[in-house]
Design a protein around this ligand. Structure first.
Ligand code: NAP
Length: 339
């Protein structure tokens, strides 16, 4: 493999999610980990020692700007806190870096507009890090849908929940406007997966939520109405047993993806049924969707091809999330204007 066949990565932030991303960059055949930075002295070195102990020659920085000034770095992965994503994505773009930003890319649609304009100006690629989309199980679902086994899609239901450990409850200390709470953390996945196969404009959202004292949401349920009359039901919670699935009901039957947000060791399972009496279940090979996401993005940069997840998709998800939050606040249906 030549030097130019690997994309040179830097990581901005010593976040917990690096437990998954850092090994993924190291393992990806077309990627090289060059540096990691944190604003807390020693934290970058500690993260490296913890999650990639055998990787040699990685630079650690005790501030984020120095990493962006390193001309050897072509792309950055941004796992900072939610309210910092848009700002640091813009800073990285202005330094000529390609950016893979953790979800949610931004809290406001206007921020993604600014990111889109900057990416165009600086000729870099930017993608929101919905790693689950890179698992082949969704391509298998698409294949089944295209075979018309369940007929035309009439509704989708997505569900994401787990019992949040007390040590992680700090996520609920930030107000929603600052990226705190379950919607920005896991609701964005439930909404993203609910939108995945409908491929129509969302026109209205209604939602309700349970809040904790800080004002952050801990659980929520809602319905998105799409232009073709299809409904997507989503729900998510930090105080309920683990569920991470979507289910699609069509005119002839239904299909379920049982473990959408895969943990190491999870076996991907898809099942479907038809009114004609068919009952099927498929167990698929396990895959590390973080590594697949990194390999995809590196490939897009190295070969100048468009990322699977577009900025238009990031904006649409952000629009739906904000509409759902508006609906929770007002207690009314939130209508989305055409884009
Ligand atoms: N794709 C996934 O599966 C997945 C999973 C979890 C989270 N996420 C996303 O990834 C992002 C990071 O989430 P996370 O849970 O990994 O974040 P986290 O550990 O809370 O860290 C977020 C940022 O806060 C700073 N930080 C970390 N520990 C700190 C501490 N003890 N004191 C002060 N500051 C600290 C770090 O920046 P400095 O190093 O510069 O201080 C870090 O980059 C979020 O946007 C989240 O939505 C994605």
């Amino acid at each position: 493999m030549t030097a130019t066949s690997k994309l040179r990565w830097g990581i901005l932030g010593a976040a917990r999610v690096n437990e998954r991303l850092l090994p993924a960059i190291v393992e990806a055949a077309n990627s090289e980990l060059v540096a990691i930075a944190s604003r807390r002295p020693g934290a970058a070195a500690q993260t490296l020692a913890q999650y990639a102990p055998h990787t040699q020659g990685v630079i650690t920085y005790d501030n984020l700007d120095d990493l962006l000034l390193n001309p050897d770095i072509q792309a950055v992965y941004i796992p900072l806190a939610n309210h910092e994503h848009a700002e640091w994505t813009l800073r990285a773009i202005e330094r000529g870096k390609h950016v893979l930003c953790e979800k949610p890319m931004a809290l406001k649609v206007e921020d993604i507009d600014a990111i889109q304009a900057a990416a165009k100006k600086h000729k870099v690629k930017v993608m929101e890090g919905f790693m689950y989309r890179f698992h082949p199980q969704h391509a298998r679902v698409r294949e089944l849908l295209q075979s018309s086994v369940i007929g035309e899609i009439r509704s989708v239901r997505s569900s994401y929940s787990f019992m949040m450990r007390p040590a992680r409850m700090y996520r609920l200390q930030e107000p929603i406007a600052n990226g705190g709470g379950a919607m920005w953390d896991i609701g964005c996945y439930a909404i993203h997966s609910a939108r995945m196969f409908i491929e129509q404009q969302p026109v209205a959202v209604t939602a309700m939520a349970k809040h904790v004292d800080s004002g952050a949401d801990i659980a929520s349920s809602g319905i998105i109405e799409f232009a073709n009359g299809v409904y997507a039901h989503f729900d998510f919670s930090f105080e309920r047993a683990r569920r991470c699935e979507y289910e699609i009901t069509g005119t002839k039957g239904g299909l379920k993806c049982h473990i959408v947000w895969q943990l190491p060791g999870d076996v991907p399972v898809i099942s479907w049924w038809t009114e004609a009496g068919q009952q099927c279940e498929e167990r698929l090979p396990a895959h590390n969707h973080f590594r697949l996401e990194i390999e995809h993005f590196s490939d897009c940069v190295l070969n100048d091809t468009p990322p699977l997840l577009t900025l238009a998709d990031a904006k649409e998800n952000c629009r739906v999330i904000n509409a759902a939050l508006d609906s929770v606040r007002s207690g009314k249906l939130a209508r989305l204007t055409n884009t």
